[in-house]
Design a protein around this ligand. Structure first.
Ligand code: IVH
Length: 665
């Protein structure tokens, strides 16, 4: 892969991780890994200015915008901080400031709290609004939820506060509260939060503020903004804020030289482990606001501050054995079973070993003392072995050759890291996994069937394939343990309703390898029926936009399997949709034929997705970023300033929502 290809690959990956982190609250990778990918992308983009893209993940600070809240523009954009993991780069930062300022200066060192940031607006001493960071330019109004946080003053005390000002900080869930919450969630069978940061941001976005109140969030404030602040010092202003009733960290220090700064970093790298809340680094800020103004900002972050991030926490414990899990697709995941150990706030007993190469790379023996680290995910990973501690160890860990569930020989496809059990018709977890996927919400949405019921039906021999769902009878369900007539009828009703699910989702529900939700949609649009798709050749498949050789190959393999063809016929007979519905052509026009349209801002009459559909139905193309080729911008309220500027520069017309609707009337 050359550097340009790598840029595109990194952008795609980082966009996905951004979405996982900010929107879904379910990161797949740890912060450090994310930062490293981002850094790699920044470096490559700097080397290849010809690849500049205003929508690159390096151009923004991420977004936690949520449809259900009112969006509000920030008076001052909420930027992020440049970050580093090395003392050498902290030294570089210090030397650069020294050179640029060319006068004495102090640096305020403070903890980097690992929660979710918040902007609070006070007027006449009263909290009037609380807004999340959002995409940095606008955020969600979460005032009602924030008002439930007891450490945030609703009315200020003391004197000397400006008439109107903004104060920013971090909302946190203390470790103790986090552990208790996860314990409760576990006992109710609910998904666990990966870390207190996700728990805090998830809580802040709840619709019901009384639930927020019960979650005992906390907040530290770390920056104050406004026209007439009491002092020139950042530190001094925060001390004032503390006297007005805000919770300001007591762990802030002003340092007049580099060696004091480095001492602070080294001390808190260790001492932070006994703090009641999660921290992931130290923030260094030039203390004088006048000097801050002189140093200024880059597009993304202030030049007067930097975040020094701690290395992820690690624990050392014994490896007792390695077990193997078989997933829905037959992928085998090796799992390390460990002596329980305390790590970054929770007790860890199991860790992922990912695949055979990772095990080989670690040169692992049963009984080894291993290092465990937590990334962003719930399941921690093994990152190393303490070879010096090897003493009377057991056997070398050797990846299995046969499926632990069905005994079939495992296969490893070229270019893939995972081993697979390919016995998809008879391997129990694969069969059950396929059925679980089939009924899942984004597939056939049969919500009357949960994992446990599927397991029970399978054990009792009622179902072996997804097609068997449609031959289930009420009496055979009703006689099962914990079932009754009512639940049987409910289940059957859910199954019946699935016959109305449109073909594109049926195609996704079939669980063809590499055919996710979006690919299924693309295929359904292109081929319109299962019969046409079944007949498609490799060439015809790769002709379709966004379908590459890997997906095409997997589709051919799927339809070459007699068992799959049989299941499809059974589903068809049961009445499941095997083709797209005839479309009502009266909604289609060519009024926007040949037009490339960018959608930007917030709309009153339709959602963004609806506008996308309207554009497509009228023959236009919705594109993501503004270029010379853009025909016009469909703009709602609060269009982003950078888009506005670019449109102006390139002379691209801006069309308001009402005018647009008239245009296609
Ligand atoms: S100052 C212009 N101080 O870290 C930057 N941020 O990457 C203003 N954070 O979004 C931020 N503790 O959520 C600042 N003591 C601290 C912080 C802190 C945590 C978070 C904050 C911000 C992110 C920056």
């Amino acid at each position: 892969m050359n550097e340009i290809e790598r840029i595109y690959q990194l952008r795609e990956e980082l966009h996905r991780h951004n979405h996982n982190y900010y929107v879904l609250n379910a990161p797949e990778i740890g912060d450090q890994e994310f930062d490293f990918l981002m850094r790699e992308l920044q470096d490559l983009e700097a080397k290849h200015p010809e690849c500049q893209d205003e929508n690159s993940p390096t151009m923004r600070v991420g977004s936690d915008l949520n449809k259900n809240f009112q969006q509000v523009a920030h008076q001052y954009p909420m930027l992020s901080l440049a970050n580093t993991y090395s003392e050498a780069e902290v030294t570089e930062f210090y030397d650069r400031i020294k050179k640029d300022l060319n006068e004495d200066f102090e640096v305020c060192c403070e903890m980097k709290f690992d929660g979710t940031s918040i902007s609070l607006i006070y007027e006449e001493g009263k909290l009037v609004r609380a807004v999340t960071r959002g995409d940095g330019v606008k955020g969600d109004d979460v005032t009602d939820n924030v008002k439930t946080i007891r450490t945030i003053p609703l009315v200020l005390q003391g004197e000397g506060f400006p008439k109107k000002f903004e104060i920013r900080g971090e909302i946190l869930m203390p470790w103790e509260v986090f552990e208790q919450l996860n314990k409760e969630r576990e006992s109710r069978g609910e998904a666990l939060f990966a870390n207190p940061r996700n728990a805090a941001s998830g809580t802040l976005k709840l619709q019901n503020s009384s639930v927020v109140a019960s979650r005992k969030l906390d907040a530290y404030l770390y920056s104050i903004l406004g026209e007439s602040l009491p002092c020139d010092g950042h530190y001094e202003n925060l001390q004032m804020a503390s006297s007005w009733g805000f919770k300001v960290s007591e762990l802030m220090r002003k340092c007049a030289n580099l060696s004091d700064i480095l001492d602070f970093l080294r001390y808190w790298d260790v001492a932070r482990k006994s703090l009641p809340v999660a921290t992931d680094g130290v923030v260094l800020k030039v203390n004088s606001l006048r000097q801050q103004r002189n140093l200024g900002y880059t597009a993304k972050s202030p030049r007067w501050a930097i975040a020094y991030k701690f290395q992820a926490e690690r624990a050392c414990t014994r490896l007792n054995k390695v077990t193997y899990q078989v997933g829905r697709t037959g992928a085998i995941t090796p799992v390390a079973n460990l002596d329980p150990v305390q790590l970054a706030g929770t007790v860890v007993k199991r860790a992922s070993l990912h695949n055979a190469d990772v095990i080989e790379g670690l040169d692992l023996y049963v009984g080894d003392m291993v290092y465990v680290e937590k990334g962003g995910e719930i399941i921690p990973k093994i990152v190393g072995v303490d070879k010096d501690a090897r003493f009377m160890i057991g056997d070398k860990v050797k990846f299995i050759s046969h499926c632990p569930e069905c005994g079939s020989p495992l296969v490893r496809y070229e270019g893939e890291a995972a081993h697979y059990c390919v016995n998809d018709v008879a391997c129990p977890p694969q069969i059950k996994g396929k059925i679980e996927h089939y009924v899942s919400r984004k597939a056939m949405n049969i919500d009357s069937l949960g994992t446990e019921t599927i397991d029970q039906f399978y054990r009792e021999g009622l179902i072996h394939t997804i097609a068997d769902l449609y031959t289930l009878k009420a009496p055979e369900i009703a006689r099962l343990e914990r079932m009754g007539k009512k639940s049987a009828l409910n289940i059957l009703e859910g199954i019946r309703a699935s016959k109305e699910v449109p073909f594109e989702r049926v195609l996704f529900a079939l669980g063809i390898r590499f055919v996710g939700e979006t690919t299924a949609k693309t295929l359904a649009k292109a081929f319109r029926s299962i019969d046409a798709l079944k007949k498609a050749t490799l060439d015809e498949l790769v002709q379709v936009d966004e379908i590459g050789a890997r997906i095409a190959q997997s589709i051919l393999v799927y339809f070459a399997n007699e068992e799959n063809l049989h299941i499809i016929e059974q589903l068809r007979e049961a009445g499941v949709q095997m083709q797209m519905e005839d479309v009502d052509m009266s909604q289609y026009t060519d009024k926007l034929a040949g037009k490339s349209i960018v959608i930007s801002g917030v709309f009153a009459h339709h959602s963004r997705d609806e506008y996308k559909e309207i554009i497509e139905k009228n023959g236009g193309k919705n594109v993501g970023s503004i270029s010379k080729k853009t025909s016009f911008i469909l703009a709602g309220e609060n269009m982003g300033p950078s888009k506005l500027e670019k449109a102006g520069k390139l002379g691209i017309p801006i069309v308001g929502e009402d005018d647009f609707l008239k245009m296609i009337e």
